[in-house]
Design a protein around this ligand. Structure first.
Ligand SMILES: Nc1ncnc2c1ncn2[C@@H]1O[C@H](COP(=O)(O)OP(=O)(O)OP(=O)(O)O)[C@@H](O)[C@H]1O
Length: 292
């Protein structure tokens, strides 16, 4: 087995990140309203949440496509608000791999996988490119050797998406950002894509952040983060749901319990031997806390 030529996984950190877009009509849209988040090197994270909640905006910040309006986004130790345009360009072409929606449409249709990988690598600085695995070897490591020599025309949608994936990670990036990578795929192809993502994470230690609307996809990731209205809503880890405490002490309740805690409800915090119980109170002043 050759030495791992990819970068190992990189860390991502958000500190109180606010993102405001100004529309063509001059209106401000607050897309993110104070996001605090730590993603460790080599983690695999799914971002879930309703349409318009801010998932793609977060991905654009991690990829150095946007700079935050306020707060800090730190990718691989670099504060993307402060680095120069040239450093941002290097981050986009070397540190980060982006698999955007419809990525397969940007492949060369009459070329095969090897040429597509070489084409995708043209933005990678020559010194870095020399250290990368040759395209055929990369395809071998990804279990895609059988697709290497066939032109893309004639391949199925799932096969093209796997080539798009190989092209995206072929820069040797340490952070893979994938926006709905399975949304257009049938079940088998969806599972094959997820297996590829896990494989790259295992083999190269690549940090993975993917956006999905599909709870089944999120369940296959060790960590899932729900974004609600521009904030971190709740987290799931290895099948368990957790509320998240925000900087101002706000506790975000997991989705499946949120309906049982209507806004304005009073709750009592009751210390126990091994933690604190959160007890809904029906009538302030009475001792019998109701149970949600
Ligand atoms: N370029 C832009 N100009 C103005 N507003 C924008 C822009 N991009 C996103 N927004 C707004 O920012 C908010 C967050 O959008 P974002 O695309 O990040 O959400 P999302 O969770 O990824 O949604 P979806 O799941 O539909 O892709 C939305 O209100 C959206 O309309």
């Amino acid at each position: 087995m050759p030495a791992v030529p990819q970068r190992t996984g990189v860390a991502v950190r958000c500190v109180n990140v606010v993102q405001i877009y100004t529309t063509a009509g001059g209106h401000d849209v607050v897309a993110l309203r104070g996001v605090n988040l730590d993603i460790r090197p080599g983690e695999q994270v799914a971002l879930l949440g309703p349409s318009g909640s801010g998932k793609s905006t977060l991905l654009s910040l991690f990829g150095g496509v946007l700079r935050p309006s306020a707060g800090k986004v730190i990718v691989d130790g670099q504060d993307i608000s402060r680095i120069s345009e040239a450093e941002l360009g290097r981050l986009r072409s070397g540190t980060v791999a982006s698999l955007l929606q419809g990525a397969a449409r940007n492949l060369l249709p009459y070329a095969g996988a090897v040429e597509n990988i070489e084409f995708a690598r043209r933005a990678v600085p020559t010194a870095v490119r020399r250290r990368l695995l040759p395209a055929t070897e990369l395809l071998e490591r990804l279990g895609l050797r059988d697709l290497a020599d066939r032109p893309l025309v004639g391949m199925s949608g799932g096969e093209k998406q796997r080539i798009a994936f190989a092209a995206a990670i072929s820069s040797g990036a340490g952070l893979l950002l994938a926006d709905e990578p399975t949304s257009q795929l049938a079940h088998d192809d969806r599972d094959a894509m997820l297996e590829l993502i896990h494989l790259v994470n295992r083999e190269f230690g690549t940090t993975v952040v993917l956006v999905t609307h599909d709870p089944e996809v999120a369940q296959q990731m060790p960590r899932s983060i729900t974004i609600r209205n521009g904030r971190i809503g709740s987290e799931g880890r290895h099948g368990f749901d957790f509320g998240v405490v925000d900087e101002d002490g706000t506790v975000h309740i997991p989705d499946d319990l949120a309906g049982r805690f209507p806004a304005g409800m009073l709750v009592r915090f009751e210390p126990t031997d091994d933690g604190v119980l959160l007890v809904p109170v029906d009538e302030p002043g009475s001792d019998d806390g109701g149970h949600a």
